[in-house]
Ligand binder design. Structure first.
Ligand code: NIG
Ligand code: FE
Length: 411
């Protein structure tokens, strides 16, 4: 199956195969080719170039992209897309004045979602999650990470991960799975967090690893959830079973979790709405990707990750949705890119680099996703006719996607 895109107004994010992430000042540059063609064969990008060298390929399906931009599909490295039901009532409670933390203290929040998920059958959970996945694919997401963490029992955590694995089998989108058993202390262990951590480390992690259900291990390192010492314990146990750390950290308080993540060679440290000098220092020189989740800040009305400071320190930055029922009921990466520009003051070039190349890195996929590179997955967004790529975040409320091709499948 050959797919030839011609007369592309601008082909964005062209990279050599040895570029796996973009950092600091380099993020201001988005390599592009004007008036271009792109050839995809058997789900792989095989070649591209300027229109004056367009090849004649008789057995290819040709798509004329006059006036349209083509870019790699979004790489959403942080989601909780497999969940049951919704938390609309808590949304209304917050409008009326309760904070996210106050709702959690009343037994709402993550525990509310866990209760719903435990009562939902695997089939129903799959059906609800597949609908969300189809929606985000149509919005241009071609690679996505999905976490557990709304099960909080061995059985329910495994159920979540099996659903995510089943999605990976049935859809062309690349899916990476993360075990987040330490997302909150379940009610049954309310007064004995350590006993719950015993369960996470001694039963859940070995089972997840044995059944090959996740590649990553995560923990919510935060005041009122899990401490830095708990983080050390869970990441050590995960690593022992071959799971690579990726953590939730610095959402509300900076308690030293960033340095702990770096110490454990975390692939990414996510949230970072609050960040200290010491956190920046810990990240400097490491291979850990800082990940910002601006839709979460938008929805909860909390500070935005200081992306500018992170880039000024020469560090890379990735952007992801955090799609989940409590803090971010949206998996729209277009909104994330726009919000990063509008609220975090990233330029369109920086935001697009963060949402493609660096997002791919943050889920261990930058060898195959995140850029227009010969040999990478044929996963691209074709925009509607737009004046420039800066128009994507500028016209933040419009759907500017004409079509999406994911791993060679034209949606
Ligand atoms: O990444 N912060 C921790 N976990 C999720 C939200 C959990 C929830 O409220 O359901 C997050 O924002
Ligand atoms: Fe999250």
């Amino acid at each position: 199956m050959k797919l030839l895109l011609t007369n592309i107004k601008e082909l964005l994010q062209i990279r050599d195969s040895n570029i796996l992430k973009v950092s600091g000042a380099d993020m201001a540059h988005l390599p592009a080719l004007k008036n271009a063609w792109l050839l995809m064969e058997d789900a792989i990008i095989s070649d591209f170039g300027p229109m004056d060298s367009v090849p004649t390929i008789t057995d290819a399906t040709t798509i004329d992209c006059t006036g349209k931009m083509v870019l790699p599909t979004w790489c959403d490295s942080h989601t909780h897309l497999v969940y049951a039901g919704n938390r609309e009532q808590e949304f209304v409670d917050r409008i009326k004045g309760l904070t996210y933390q106050e709702i959690a203290e009343k037994g709402g929040g993550i525990l509310n979602s866990a209760k719903k998920l435990q009562e939902t059958s695997e089939e129903d959970l799959y059906a609800q999650s597949a609908k969300r996945l189809e929606e985000v694919m149509a919005l241009g997401t071609g690679a996505i990470e999905i976490k557990s963490g709304y099960g909080l029992t061995t059985e329910a955590e495994l159920k979540m991960l099996r659903v995510a694995k089943q999605l990976a089998e049935n859809y062309p989108v690349a899916i990476k799975t993360t075990f987040l058993g330490a997302h909150a202390v379940p009610s049954a262990y309310k007064n004995d967090k350590d006993a719950y951590l015993d369960l996470v480390c001694e039963e859940m992690i070995p089972k997840v690893a044995e059944e090959g259900l996740a590649e990553y291990v995560d923990i919510f390192c935060e005041e009122g959830y899990f401490s830095v010492a708990d983080t050390d314990r869970v990441l050590t146990a995960g690593t022992k079973y071959g799971l690579i750390p990726k953590i939730h950290v610095n959402q509300f308080q900076a308690i030293g979790g960033v340095a702990e993540g770096v110490k454990h060679q975390a692939l990414s440290v996510d949230h970072l709405e609050v960040i200290t000098e010491a956190d920046i220092e810990a990240l400097t020189g490491s291979e850990t990707m800082p990940v910002a989740l601006p839709s979460c800040s938008y929805f909860l009305g909390i500070p935005y990750t200081p992306g500018r400071e992170i880039l000024n320190a020469g560090l890379p930055l990735a952007l992801a949705t955090d799609y989940n029922p409590g803090s971010t009921p949206s998996g729209n990466m277009n909104f994330v890119v726009a919000t990063a520009c509008i609220k975090m003051k990233l330029t369109p070039e920086e935001a697009i680099n963060a949402a493609t190349m660096n997002g791919a890195y943050a889920m261990g996929l930058s060898h195959s996703h995140g850029s227009i590179t010969r040999g990478k997955s044929a996963s691209v967004i074709i925009t509607k006719e737009i004046p420039s790529y800066g128009y994507l975040p500028y016209a933040f409320g419009s759907n500017l996607i004409d079509s999406v091709i994911i791993n060679g499948t034209y949606l």
